[in-house]
Design a protein around this ligand. Structure first.
Ligand SMILES: NC(=O)c1ccc[n+]([C@@H]2O[C@H](COP(=O)([O-])OP(=O)(O)OC[C@H]3O[C@@H](n4cnc5c(N)ncnc54)[C@H](O)[C@@H]3O)[C@@H](O)[C@H]2O)c1
Length: 409
């Protein structure tokens, strides 16, 4: 891939049509010349690396335990460094590069599928390493990828702003992932000053081309015929297109200046008012069903719904069996809760303090995502999915992450 001339910005070759169009037609503020993205080969991180280069970064260092994917952008401004944030020395070496304008700390053990100690090690201790090293090397900006689940209690979240959600620390977290992301979030906020500026930005339910966790797992279950609507199917959820999330993360760096209202704060960015009917939510099972039908599978709405109480009962049994056999079972208490509760936010704080607006509208983003899965995901599927296992692409990544962190002492 050659660097583009001045007339057209460089565009990541793996971008979808919509991502390309949005990158070319949008007017975006400048980005730091030298950027670091931890977790840069993940779903979000990879796109973040690409968008930073598209917006003019001269050097973006991706730092991830998982090597870059086959379609990773081979661009002279990108360094794909393989490394582990739980390895203090490696983090120190990473952040000793002179002139780093901002660290986007995005690496995390994500999802419910890792062994518990790994969440603490990666999400909490890894974040401490990033903070300590950034301070040591005089880097004064960190944008942290947080999660709304840090503030979930299991109660419905039906259109709340961040400041209306429970304050950290919570008495009890719904999963270790959420707990350790919350621990990291609190550290990120605690260290924030006018000289060492930090902010947390969270998405909700990221989707888009190249997603290898959310949609593949649900579509695999739908393909096997096992997926049913949980509860009455009318729970309200908000989504965040991967480009909207990365845009939020990128512009959050611009909001880091002395006395900024964003300093040390937590924001959620979503597809906002581009959700159906100008609301800030969609009906989860209706929208998911669009993807199920687009793949040629039977509509979930033509099948029997599973009552929440029955699901909870089964999930408790599955959690017990999973623990006993040391396997990951998709039907668990956490999944039943999040797939039946309302989970959507009012993003007015991010609009006001970060100047955030979605750059890709939900309808066009979702339609393209369905197309992308039909063309790129569907042909690769063997008809062997079940409710016990998790998507094979997800499992491969998990194995590398788990193995790598075991090596670090
Ligand atoms: N996808 C979502 O819906 C969602 C929702 C809320 C928050 N987030 C946050 O967004 C960020 C990115 O998530 P994602 O969806 O891209 O997940 P992902 O799993 O695709 O990306 C995370 C990346 O971090 C890397 N990583 C894990 N352990 C590491 C280590 N020890 N050292 C270096 N790298 C390591 C992984 O290899 C992976 O590439 C995470 O911080 C996550 O908590 C995502």
């Amino acid at each position: 891939m050659t660097a583009n001339d001045n007339a057209s910005p460089p565009i990541a070759p793996a971008s979808s049509h919509l991502q390309r169009k949005t990158a070319l037609e949008g007017q975006y503020p400048p980005v730091p010349s030298i950027c670091v993205v931890t977790g840069g080969t993940g779903f979000v991180g990879n796109r973040l690396v690409e968008m930073l280069v598209e917006r003019g970064a001269q050097k973006v260092i991706s730092f991830d335990v998982v090597p870059p994917p086959a379609d990773a952008w081979d661009h002279p401004n990108i360094e794909w460094r393989v490394g582990d944030i739980t390895d203090k020395a490696a983090v120190d070496e990473l952040l000793s590069v002179p002139g780093i304008g901002c660290v986007w700390h995005n690496a995390a053990a994500v999802g419910p599928f890792h062994p518990k100690p790994l969440y603490y090690k990666v999400n909490y201790e890894g974040t401490l390493n990033i903070i300590e090293s950034a301070k040591k090397h005089g880097i004064n900006k960190i944008v942290f990828s947080s999660s709304p689940s840090t503030r979930f209690t299991g109660e419905d979240v039906d259109g709340l702003r961040e400041d209306e959600m429970p304050k950290l620390p919570l008495k009890r977290y719904m999963q270790t992932y959420a707990e350790t992301k919350a621990m990291a979030d609190m550290e990120i906020s605690k260290v924030c000053t006018d000289e060492f500026m930090t902010v947390s930005v969270a998405p909700h339910q990221v989707y888009g081309p190249r997603d290898n966790l959310f949609l593949p797992n649900l579509l695999e279950a739908a393909m096997s015929g096992a997926l049913r609507i949980f509860g009455n199917g009318y729970n309200r959820i908000c989504f965040t297109h991967v480009d909207n999330y990365c845009h939020g993360l990128i512009i959050a760096e611009r909001a880091l200046y002395p006395d900024s209202p964003a300093l040390g704060k937590f924001y959620i960015v979503t597809d906002g008012h581009t959700h159906p009917n100008g609301e800030q939510y969609l009906i989860f099972w209706k929208i998911l069903d669009e993807a199920v039908i687009a793949m040629g599978f039977t509509s979930l709405w033509s099948k029997m719904k599973l009552p929440t109480l029955l699901l909870m009962f089964l999930a408790i049994i599955c959690d017990f069996i999973g623990k006993l056999l040391g396997i990951t079972v998709k039907l668990n208490k956490f999944n039943v809760t999040v797939l039946t509760m309302h989970r959507w936010f009012d993003i007015q704080n991010a609009e006001k303090d970060l100047g955030f607006q979605p750059i890709i509208g939900f309808r066009e983003g979702w339609d393209e995502t369905k197309e992308w899965f039909k063309e790129n995901w569907l042909p690769k599927q063997a008809r062997s999915a079940n409710v016990i296992g998790i998507a094979s692409s997800t499992q491969q990544k998990i194995d590398i992450q788990d193995m790598s962190s075991k090596k670090v002492r």
